[in-house]
Design a protein around this ligand. Structure first.
Ligand code: SAM
Length: 326
């Protein structure tokens, strides 16, 4: 069964946030003060997540990305992932992580059926990484990346949010990681999500990032991926891996949007920036599969044609990325 929105976009991708908690405090993502306090977080149970995921696959979802917060902090995450991976009809189960706990968990994640890992990493300079993340140690994440490669994940991607004057001098160094490793390094434009970083700001346009890399390496464009997201991919001459550019700010890619999101507290979103979130918990509580199917279809039916954020800048509500899951 396929799911299309009124604009004819095929919606086959669900981003599922399984916790709002995170062990990092990245300045551009969740500044201090947006945290759920200890013990106040309401998250869906494993049974609810599985029921939701099965129902979503039943209406046309083919790929699920487990995200957060930091998903590896969720108790029992490996067993939840294995159960998600067994859902008949699900073609791809993938995970986004900050990589801090990856070194110890990579083998279990692979055995649980996770096919591809996105690892967020914004600097290769230890003290800079510490500043951006609010105190994390770079070596743990780098070890996680190595372990992920060692455990044979078919796809390991590093996602770097590029910020003017903060890490934009590392673009070529990041890109060079793909020369001798089967890695994909993706550069993401920083979205100004909170009042304080709204100015002309930190965003480095994707075109500028590409030009910086082209100043050093010849780039060949690659085909778009099946079930892929909004990234444009390239290979540097002689490289084993690939690079990608994701441009939520400078370039509308909403015309190709294929996704819906469910927050860690059980609200469905037709768009990262939508404010009309739909509470799925009443349907989950009753085990009402028909109601849940109809609600997911109506969320897809209500998907906006484009980001409000792109039209109005960050005058809208601040987005808590960790609750939504990116
Ligand atoms: N903890 C996991 C991680 O670090 O990847 C998953 C959650 S995190 C919210 C998901 C993604 O959102 C990360 O790659 C992060 O860099 C990205 N993100 C958060 N805030 C962003 C912003 N303002 N602009 C662009 N990307 C952002």
């Amino acid at each position: 069964m396929s799911l299309f929105d009124p604009l004819g976009r095929k919606i086959n991708y669900l981003r599922l946030s399984v916790t709002g908690r995170c062990n990092l405090r990245c300045s551009y993502c969740r500044p201090q003060g947006m945290d759920p306090g200890p013990g106040t977080e309401e998250i869906l149970s494993d049974e609810d997540l599985l029921f939701l995921a099965c129902t979503a696959v039943g209406v046309g979802i083919e790929k699920i990305r487990v995200t957060g917060g930091e998903p590896l902090l969720r108790k029992g995450i490996v067993s939840l992932l294995s159960r998600l991976g067994e859902i008949p009809g699900l073609k791809k189960l993938v995970l986004t992580t900050n990589g801090l706990l990856l070194a110890e968990m990579a083998g279990d994640l692979r055995r649980a059926g996770v096919e591809s890992l996105n690892i967020s990493l914004d600097s290769l300079v230890p003290d800079r990484f510490e500043r951006i993340t609010g105190g994390a140690r770079l070596e743990f994440v780098l070890e996680g990346v190595e372990k992920a490669l060692g455990h044979g994940f078919p796809r390991v991607k590093i996602n770097a949010v590029v910020m003017q004057g903060i890490n934009d001098d590392e673009v070529v160094r990041f890109a060079s990681l793909t020369l001798d490793r089967p890695l994909t390094v993706r550069f993401i434009e920083q979205m100004p999500l909170h009042g304080k970083d709204c100015g002309p700001g930190l965003t480095v346009p994707g075109e500028e990032i590409l030009q910086t890399i082209q100043g050093r390496y010849r780039l060949a464009p690659l085909e778009r991926e099946d079930l892929g997201g909004p990234a444009r991919y390239y290979r540097m001459e002689g490289a084993i891996g690939t690079i990608g550019i994701i441009t939520p700010v400078s370039c509308h890619f909403c015309g190709d949007c294929n996704r819906i999101r469910v927050t860690s507290d059980g609200f469905a979103k037709g768009c990262l920036f939508s404010t009309r979130d739909v509470d799925l918990k009443p349907f989950l509580a009753k085990g009402d599969e028909g109601g849940l199917r109809n609600t997911l279809r109506s969320v897809v039916g209500g998907k906006p044609s484009g980001h409000l954020f792109l039209r109005e800048g960050c005058r809208g509500e601040p987005v808590d990325m960790a609750r939504v899951g990116g």
